[in-house]
Design a protein around this ligand. Structure first.
Ligand code: ZN
Ligand code: FE
Length: 256
């Protein structure tokens, strides 16, 4: 048991809300603000007061609740310096490799451009927790809206270097569609087959598939596996670089 309580729930249609709180200090953060009403309900249900908002990027489905929550709780809003003009009511802006403190836990900011140019993720180093926003999903990665495929590839390389036992929370429940895509590329891979099956069972019962472990992603998330020999072979790209493999996969997924 870590020092934090984490509360994970669906907002809008497929966004995840995440509330993390320290039982001792009472400090409580929400990762992004997809839906003020639902986040507020969850806070009340657990008798918590919001002290921090950690924003990953500027898309509306991650920031729409900021105004209401800040107005109600007076919480400190933290977000990417690079998107400060597009995210309302930021109190603290942060850049790549900067550290902030949350209840005595060091949080490293990691810039992950690709989905948007200013996207950041929050790594609770001592607690092996990563809040990945729309950069990484279970068996998938974010669509590359603003950056280049190279930028997204390099952003994911940063995640790959974290400890394999890192628990990852993502911005959306996209696991079933992602797993189907991955299985369409490598249908004979046992780890992938098994995981697709597990996800189908969970989603049939309308259960969450997240959080995920980095170690499981390293074995089943093709976007982190561009050095995998059978993947290269399957794509008929034996001489390609890892970055080229990633780019091909991202394009294929966009059209899947
Ligand atoms: Zn987004
Ligand atoms: Fe999103």
């Amino acid at each position: 048991m870590g020092k934090f309580n984490i509360n994970h729930f669906i907002c809008r249609s497929d966004n995840y809300g995440v509330i993390i709180s320290d039982k001792n200090s009472g400090l409580t953060a929400s990762i992004d603000a997809p839906d003020a009403e639902i986040i507020d309900q969850e806070l009340k249900r657990n008798d918590l007061k919001l002290t921090h908002l950690f924003i990953t990027h500027k898309h509306l489905d991650h920031i729409e609740g900021i105004e209401y929550l800040k107005d109600k709780y007076g919480c400190t809003v933290i977000g990417p310096e690079k998107e400060k003009d597009e995210i309302p009511l930021l109190d603290i802006t942060v850049i790549d490799e900067e550290y902030i403190d949350f209840s005595g836990s060091p949080i490293k900011i990691i810039a992950t451009p690709g989905h948007t140019l200013g996207h950041i993720i929050y790594h609770f180093e001592q607690d092996n927790l990563l809040f990945a926003g729309d950069t990484l999903f279970l068996m998938g990665c974010g669509r590359v809206f603003e950056g280049t495929h190279r930028q997204m590839f390099e952003s994911l390389e940063k995640i790959k270097k974290l400890s394999p036992d890192t628990t990852i929370y993502c911005g959306h429940e996209y696991s079933l569609a992602n797993a189907k895509f991955v299985a369409s590329i490598l249908p004979d891979n046992n780890n992938i087959k098994k995981r697709l099956h597990e996800i189908e069972l969970l989603r049939n019962k309308n259960k969450h598939t997240l959080p995920t472990l980095l170690n499981d992603e390293l074995k089943t998330n093709l976007f982190l596996m561009s050095d995998n020999p059978s993947l290269k072979k399957k794509l008929d790209m034996s001489d390609a670089t890892e970055e080229e493999i990633f780019s091909e996969l991202r394009t294929k997924k966009d059209n899947f």
